[in-house]
Design a protein around this ligand. Structure first.
Ligand SMILES: C[S@@+](CC[C@H](N)C(=O)[O-])C[C@H]1O[C@@H](n2cnc3c(N)ncnc32)[C@H](O)[C@@H]1O
Length: 353
């Protein structure tokens, strides 16, 4: 899985336990990101719908959520990966933009990304293997990048991992079906379906995923967009259509209120941390319209960028961060007795340290 701001790696056992205890046959992951949580729900037997605005999230969801491992021809997949892996590097837009003009990847790896992505467009566009192969490519590129975990900047000296040769791996597919949807949670919350469990993990502050992961957007869109700035961000990052209400201080609480209100689910689970623009009490009020609210809290390490320090767009370290830990919360909302039962079970999984 890629490095991702706000990824819920440490929360997964808690969320999976809630899914299990709720006996959820159907689940919604409305801001799915890496699909880490959706995958955990799928592994607990739920049919999951995974939603996000990001193009790369849709590809991950097609791979890990919507694809049934039993329906994939493993030999075909192995052959395709071996073929792509064997292609010689062929520098193109990716190399020029993300290795020469900026320094997100070493040029020898960039040229291989160009060659593999071109082959995917040419030879696999209509194949059911397409999202799986593209997921493999994004994850391979992520393992050899030269960033602190976001793509607003790259580090000044090449990161040690960037010297490694990009290597395509076989994505760990899961058994069962599911659904991948690309779209805005605000529009989809009330219409995407009815679920036993819905999980909400929206952005809570100014950090935009569209710009933080613009390289993955471009690798999926493969549209060679005009770009700007030292980080070579997509020019359309400036357009309102690529912005979300969840990154606007004024609009975010209202957007959250609307999504919480509109989602059709028996149990709603929401995660939140103390770097958010809304306070925990306000969040509790927002959720209370749906029923009883239980709150689980724990201490958590901040994302990798915060661990490493603050860098300017040239990759120079310009400061240290004030804290490397934050508080995470999980709110469980629904019928009182059920919510109490789910919270008691989930507390057994709360990570410490
Ligand atoms: C905190 S991250 C989710 C991380 C995810 N739970 C994980 O573990 O990988 C928030 C996600 O919301 C997505 N997002 C932002 N605005 C959105 C919107 N209006 N509708 C749907 N998804 C949105 C972002 O692309 C990002 O992937």
């Amino acid at each position: 899985m890629i490095k991702y701001l706000g990824s819920k790696r440490r929360l997964v056992p808690v969320l999976a336990r809630i899914c299990e205890e709720a006996h959820a046959d159907t689940a919604l992951d409305l801001f799915t990101g890496t699909t880490r949580v959706a995958q955990a729900f799928k592994q607990r037997g739920a049919v999951v719908t995974a939603v996000d605005t990001a193009r790369y999230s849709e590809v991950f969801a097609q791979t890990y959520v919507a694809t049934d491992a039993t329906a994939v021809d493993k030999d075909d997949l192995i052959d395709a990966l071996a073929h792509l892996e064997s292609l010689p590097g062929e520098p193109g837009y990716f190399t020029e933009t993300f290795c020469d003009r900026s320094r997100f990847f070493q040029p020898f790896n960039g040229a291989r990304v160009d060659a593999i992505r071109e082959a995917l467009a040419r030879d696999y566009a209509d194949s059911p293997l397409f999202p799986i192969l593209l997921t493999s490519l994004i994850e391979a590129a992520d393992r050899v990048d030269s960033t602190t975990g976001v793509q607003m900047a790259y580090v000044k000296q090449w990161a040690a991992r960037s010297f490694n040769r990009l290597e395509l791996r076989f994505p760990q597919l899961l058994v069962g079906g599911g659904c991948a949807v690309r779209g805005d949670a605000l529009e989809l919350a009330g219409t995407v379906g009815e679920f036993d469990l819905a999980y909400l993990d929206p952005p809570y502050n100014q950090h935009r995923y569209f710009t933080n992961y613009h390289v993955w957007e471009t690798l999926v869109a493969w549209d060679a967009p005009p770009h700007y700035g030292v980080a070579c961000k997509r020019a359309d990052a400036r357009e309102p259509a690529t912005k979300t209400a969840f990154n606007a201080r004024r609009g975010m609480p209202e957007a959250l209120r609307a999504v919480v209100r509109d989602v059709r689910a028996r149990v709603l689970v929401l995660s939140y941390n103390d770097e958010s623009w809304v306070e925990l009490d306000e969040l509790r009020d927002i959720c209370a319209v749906r029923g009883a609210v239980e709150v689980l809290g724990f201490d958590s390490k901040r994302y990798v960028g915060a661990q490493i320090g603050i860098h300017n767009p040239l990759g120079e370290r310009v400061g240290t961060v004030s804290h490397v830990r934050n508080h995470e919360y999980v709110l469980i909302v629904g019928e009182r007795n059920e919510v109490r039962r789910l919270a008691a079970a989930a507390r057994e999984e709360v990570p410490h340290g």
